[in-house]
Design a binder for this molecule. Sequence first.
Ligand code: GRG
Length: 288
Amino acid sequence: MKNKYLDLIEKNLAEMLPSENCTEANVIKSIRYSLLAGGKRIRPTLLLAFNEIFGGDTQTALPFACAVEMIHTYSLIHDDLPCMDNDDLRRGKPSNHVVFGEDVALLAGDALQSLAFSSMLSADVLKKSGINGAIAAGFLANASGATGMVGGQVIDLETENKNPDIEAILEMYSKKTGALIKVSCEMGAALCGVYDDPNVKTYAENIGLAFQIVDDILDIESDTQTLGKPVGSDAENNKVNYVTKTGISESKKLVEKLTKSAIDALEQIPADTQFLQELAEQLAHRIK
Ligand code: GRG
């Protein structure tokens, strides 16, 4: 299935970056290097697809979709730093800190986070999105912070060299990876005034968990060239994950179960959800 939103996302991400024609050009080059390095653009796609099924306007939703991708890219830049996973390859290119140095990479991540929020909360954007836009931005702030994505990363760091049980691993996944995926779906709906829809929540939570388990499987079964990032990094960092704990076959079974639950939830939404159904299947069976 072709991602019908991909070109729009790429074009808008490029347009939202500040010009390099200034004294702080180096950090903007560093941001551009990672933000425009490809990537599957899953999170902005989810946001735009949910926005569409609830009757939203894609142009109005685009700054929000790009903001989620900015937060995701900042998390990848920081995740690769020597103080975190210390990975030197990302999206098929040397990691940001390898090219720009740790100091600029750290600041590029910080600046991406600010840019995400200024992109959603500018007067022009809020004039179109109204209160729903401000609410969606608030959702993203919560999901990416200490009780969401960053919190999940902290739990992940603290479980190195430990043996967390399956429940603890899944809780960590639901924050580290799941929070941003879930909020992408919720923001798309919220921009249309749809908050707390149980079917959106079920779809989002299930594909979020499945996404991280597939990531763990690929870390074992795939290779660096296909993934564009190093494989085997969990084993190298002495991290137990769902796959090392339960095995590949059990993990694949859980991915299928989660994907089915996600699709069942979508079927409860009275709209054309075919794209999102196919996306869930595609993510479960992705090769990168
Ligand atoms: C504040 C110093 C500091 C660090 C924070 C927040 C954080 C570091 C890390 C977030 C945790 C994280 C990076 C989780 C990984 C989630 C994941 C599976 C990422 C890969 O996503 P894809 O496959 O990547 O969508 P592409 O490249 O396709 O966008």
